[in-house]
Design a protein around this ligand. Structure first.
Ligand SMILES: [Zn+2]
Length: 243
């Protein structure tokens, strides 16, 4: 059954098809990650030329169903221009998109993932934030959204609420000093790092980038986020050079 579907979406991949067409991958709140054909999108005067580019966010009118869609039209909401013109920003945005691509599928409610993704792209575009710190926050928030929310209000092993001075990937959360001997790969955390993790997990995606901690604590947060993501998604993520 072919039908018309109006949805918000962001382009997370684009591939050329034939001489003038494109096949794009779009993340939508309700349909999840879908593939769409954009017929004629590479013709110079096509109204789909801009709106089918990588990271374009807009209101799309699609035609199709059952995993096969065509883009009919689009009203662009945000193009994230500053990311395209800054190679460092682009590098982080590409990396984040790769992770987003890995955790999304078709027919999945992706509202929260999309919201986090868009807020992250806004911060990369419009704020001058330390991008390694941003990436660490993004990873921890994403994991908590997709089902790997760490235990942070008590020891993830013995349920004690005192001396929660370590983060454990093994036990999926904070662990106390006594239990810390059970996990060789635990990471010691101070109050700043604890507060940061609690804040990231407990706050709306719009607010997660609005706090700061000393540089040495940022480094600890980065280490935790990398180990946590690689373990849960069973993949060694590395920030790649673009060229
Ligand atoms: Zn314990």
């Amino acid at each position: 059954m072919m039908r018309k579907i109006k949805t918000k979406g962001i382009i997370i991949a684009e591939n050329n098809m034939g001489d003038f067409d494109k096949m794009i991958t779009m993340l939508t709140p309700g349909l999840g990650k879908i593939s769409c054909a954009a017929k004629g999108a590479r013709k110079t005067r096509s109204f789909l030329l801009g709106s089918t580019q990588f990271l374009c966010f807009g209101d799309y009118l699609l035609y199709g169903g059952n995993g096969s869609y065509n883009i009919n039209s689009c009203e662009t909401i945000e193009m994230f221009y500053d990311i395209r013109t800054d190679l460092d920003k682009l590098r982080y945005a590409v990396h984040i998109t790769k992770i987003i691509n890995d955790v999304t599928t078709e027919n999945q409610n992706s509202y929260k993932i999309l919201q986090l993704f868009l807020n992250t792209l806004y911060v990369i575009t419009y704020k001058n934030m330390n991008l390694d710190f941003l990436l660490a926050i993004f990873k921890i928030k994403l994991l908590s959204i997709i089902g790997y929310r760490p235990i942070i209000d008590k020891c993830a092993n013995c349920k004690n609420t005192d001396k929660l001075n370590y983060f454990s990937i093994l036990y999926n959360g904070f662990i106390c000093s006594e239990c810390s001997i059970l996990d060789k790969s635990k990471i010691q955390i101070n109050d700043n790092v604890k507060m940061a993790i609690k804040y990231i997990i407990g706050s709306d995606s719009k607010k997660i980038y609005s706090f700061d901690i000393p540089d040495e604590d940022k480094k600890i947060l980065e280490i935790i986020s990398n180990l946590f993501l690689n373990e849960k998604l069973d993949k060694q993520y590395k920030l790649q050079d673009l060229f």
